[in-house]
Design a protein around this ligand. Structure first.
Ligand SMILES: Cc1cc2nc3c(=O)[nH]c(=O)nc-3n(C[C@H](O)[C@H](O)[C@H](O)COP(=O)(O)OP(=O)(O)OC[C@H]3O[C@@H](n4cnc5c(N)ncnc54)[C@H](O)[C@@H]3O)c2cc1C
Length: 389
């Protein structure tokens, strides 16, 4: 079997690489004064101007009808350079609206997402509803042409910079839990929404608690039917879980670790890290895992291209990608010795402290977008037909 790319795909990959190099790798260097999120948004605008932010969308909604494999190549190359792609709007909300939104919603939101005018955040999780998301308690009650939302969300990534939130609410508390949920789009500047940042282990605060107090939202902002929002949200989750970016994101730190480990005296005792057989094997394991993970990701895309619905396959790819990153982070810290636990800004930290931070930030990878246990449950029940535990 030939796993190669055809000439057109190889050409597209070269084009993507050149664009990223010019507009992200070198472009970002020119924009050092910007905050990381501002740099990402400036780059997304350049992607949008180039027609690449939503290239896989239908032409009618600001896309180019690009193939699934072109989309994969774009995501893969972006991750190899740690470059942003579409954000929540282009990667989750837009694709969900294309499937479940009405025409007015598509006309209102898709062009603004395609041109990188708006950023979105996701209001799903609550203090008492994470893995068991359908137990969410945030209430939306109809009042004329509006709904009034009260409740609390948690772990809302990027809410501090977002213009809109897509949020799951309970509209029928008496129905079975999956059947009483409705899905809304809400502008973040609506009165009654407040945020409290959550500071993480590695001192960054990427996510928030989001409070809704009598937040009034027009009924026209509901995606799909009232009380059927759960089935819309599973589409969004499918988009969130699938993708090559998780495994591809392991490639840049792996390359840097590999290069470091080959340097003279990288072990600090006159020897190179790669002379240690344990570390040599760990590098070989990671290289193998990255190749396996890429094939799991390609399989998801191959299925999508054939209009098959990847389910167990998305969970395998998500779980393996995030666990590979954790193993890499752990191996890196072990190879770099005690100084490897130091973080950025510390002059004695090898590789600029990258692995100290990576080790801590990678903890969350097997929690976000559904924990590894939940992915294994999906593989066991929906994939292998095993009984529920
Ligand atoms: C980096 C990051 C970003 C996030 N961003 C967002 C965001 O933008 N918006 C948003 O809404 N949410 C976000 N989340 C929240 C995320 O979706 C939840 O953390 C996740 O779904 C797990 O829920 P929980 O934290 O409540 O853990 P729990 O569901 O309480 O799980 C606790 C533990 O129990 C295990 N467990 C639970 N149920 C089962 C079961 N049935 N079988 C086996 N084991 C089980 C879990 O695997 C886990 O180990 C983010 C999380 C992270 C880490």
């Amino acid at each position: 079997m030939d796993f190669g790319w055809d000439g057109e795909q190889a050409g597209f990959r070269a084009e993507v690489r050149a664009f990223i190099d010019e507009h992200w790798t070198r472009g970002a260097r020119r924009e050092r004064e910007l905050e990381p999120w501002e740099r990402a948004r400036a780059y997304q605008k350049r992607l949008a101007e180039h027609g690449w932010l939503t290239r896989a969308w239908p032409k009618a909604y600001g896309g180019a009808d690009a193939s699934y494999f072109e989309q994969l190549i774009f995501a893969e190359e972006s991750a190899y350079s740690s470059a942003p792609t579409g954000g929540q709007g282009a990667d989750r909300v837009g694709p969900t609206l294309i499937i479940h939104g009405n025409e007015a919603q598509k006309q209102e939101h898709l062009p603004r997402i395609a041109s990188a005018e708006v950023e979105w955040c996701q209001g799903y999780s609550e203090p008492g509803a994470g893995s068991d998301l359908a137990s969410l308690q945030t209430r939306a009650v109809r009042d004329g042409d509006d709904f009034v939302i009260n409740g609390q969300k948690i772990w809302t990534s990027g809410a501090q910079h977002a213009d809109w939130i897509h949020v799951l609410t309970r509209t029928d508390p008496d129905a079975p839990k999956h059947r009483g949920i409705s899905y809304f789009m809400v502008p973040m500047d609506t009165p009654g929404i407040t945020l409290r940042p959550i500071v993480q282990l590695h001192d960054q605060s990427g996510f928030n608690e989001t409070f809704f107090e009598d937040v009034r939202v027009p009924a026209k902002h509901m995606i799909g039917e009232e009380n059927r929002g759960w089935y819309v949200s599973t589409t969004t989750l499918d988009f969130e879980r699938s993708g090559i970016h998780r495994i591809a994101a392991a490639v840049p730190p792996f390359r840097r670790l590999f290069e470091f480990a080959r340097q003279p005296d990288s072990a600090g005792d006159g020897r190179r890290v790669v002379e240690n057989p344990v570390h040599r094997l760990a590098l070989a394991d990671t290289a193998t895992e990255i190749e396996v993970g890429k094939l799991l990701g390609y399989r998801v895309t191959w299925m999508q291209a054939r209009s098959l619905v990847p389910n167990m396959e998305s969970s395998m790819s998500k779980m393996f990608g995030s666990e590979t990153q954790q193993r890499l982070a752990r191996r890196g810290v072990n190879m770099l010795g005690l100084a490897g636990t130091l973080r950025g800004g510390e002059p004695r930290a090898p590789l600029g402290g990258e692995f100290g931070t990576y080790y801590m930030s990678s903890v969350s990878l097997t929690i976000a977008a559904g924990t590894s246990e939940i992915q294994r449950n999906i593989i066991a029940t929906r994939g292998l037909g095993l009984p529920r535990g």
